[in-house]
Design a protein around this ligand. Structure first.
Ligand code: SF4
Length: 361
């Protein structure tokens, strides 16, 4: 039973309305789970129409959320673009808090709800606006690029945002615009190191980590290769560089999805958050997914139940102080205004670069 609701039964009408979705999810969800999830999905979709709301669902949501109630689905960059274009009165962010802040920054007139206010992020928590101000004092004149996985206050101190799908493009564009050969790229150390391998622009990096991706090691990849010799191994650039070097392909969330959709490998391993594989698997029935399962505890705070309750009770609004929002918007909008990458970024194209210039703060 959901917190704000009465018990929702699995009726014939619910079964009929959700039948196509069941066909998609039946390899990921048991029939017993479906009897509990389907009524919530049907009711959430009804509430969305009633309240003129949309749900932005990140790739790391579980499949019943991602495929069942997400109106816009994708990675941080895709969701940020959709938030900017969206015409609904209410946005429910099925993701973590910094994503909801980004939606609010881009859509100040909309009501932005997050189903659980505790859904944080180890990267976003690794750096504060005061840290960025000190870094700017130490490196005057150098542009500051921030990964979108940061608070609005941090974004407000920076020149432009990036995601893993466009980080190399952003670093090179901003270096050209400022006429400099180094940029500050915050806060993910591994993303910064992996970007540095793809560009001649020098990188000054912070020591933030994603607690999901930092746990993968080259030894994990070696074990997977031994157990699944025919599987293609795809890694996310928030992983350590040694992991990317051992993988067959390294790219953003969107790039990994595209790889599976276009190349249709018989077996694949996605070295990233576990639910991503479940969501891609729903659309790739002929590919076998091997799952080295690292879950993000913050993403997993979002459930069908608390999405339902946020919508029903109109609760957990995310607000950003207007002067901060205005400055953060400039950094996010500058990124959005760049032409989308022709192809999603890859991080395995330059494996033998001799000089990788990274200075750790
Ligand atoms: S997966 Fe990593 S970067 Fe994404 S929200 Fe979780 S801790 Fe943050």
């Amino acid at each position: 039973m959901a917190d704000g609701s009465v018990y929702l039964p699995f009726t014939d009408a619910v079964e009929t309305a959700t039948a196509p979705l069941w066909q998609k999810l039946r390899t990921r969800v048991t029939p017993l789970e479906w009897r509990l999830q389907a009524p919530l999905i049907a009711e959430i979709n009804r509430l969305k129409r009633e309240k003129n709301a949309v749900i932005l669902a990140h790739n790391y949501m579980t499949p019943e959320i991602f495929h069942g109630v997400g109106d816009f689905i994708g990675d941080s960059l895709g969701l940020a673009r959709e938030a900017a274009r969206c015409e609904a009165a209410v946005i429910v962010q099925a993701g973590v808090h910094f994503m909801a802040e980004t939606s609010k920054v881009l859509c100040p007139d909309k009501r932005v709800l997050i189903p659980d206010l505790r859904a944080g992020c180890s990267l976003a928590a690794s750096i504060t606006a005061a840290d960025v101000r000190l870094i700017k004092q130490r490196y005057p004149g150098l542009p500051v690029v921030t990964y979108v996985n940061t608070t609005a206050e941090v974004k407000a101190e920076t020149d432009i945002c990036c995601t893993s799908a466009n980080a190399v493009q952003v670093v090179e564009d901003i270096a050209r615009e400022f006429g400099v050969d180094r940029v500050i790229l915050l806060p993910d150390e591994f993303l910064a190191r992996n970007v540095a391998r793809q560009t001649d622009v020098g990188i000054i990096a912070w020591q933030g980590r994603c607690e999901v991706h930092e746990r993968f090691t080259a030894a994990d990849i070696a074990e997977l290769r031994e157990a699944w010799p025919n599987a293609k191994i795809l890694a996310h650039p928030e992983c350590p560089t040694e992991v990317l070097e051992a993988a067959d392909f390294a790219g953003s969330t969107a790039a990994m999805s595209d790889y599976v959709a276009q190349r249709k490998p018989r077996q694949v391993v996605l070295i990233t958050e576990c639910s991503m594989a479940d969501n891609v698997a729903c659309d790739s029935p002929n590919t076998e997914f091997v799952r080295p399962c690292n879950l993000c505890p913050h993403m997993k705070r979002i459930t069908l139940e608390n999405i339902h309750d946020a919508l029903l009770l109109d609760r957990h609004e995310v607000l950003v102080e207007p002067s901060i929002a205005e400055r953060a918007r400039a950094a996010v909008q500058r990124m959005i205004d760049l032409p989308p990458p022709a192809v999603p970024a890859r991080y395995d194209l330059v494996k033998a670069r001799h000089h990788v210039d990274v200075e750790l703060i």
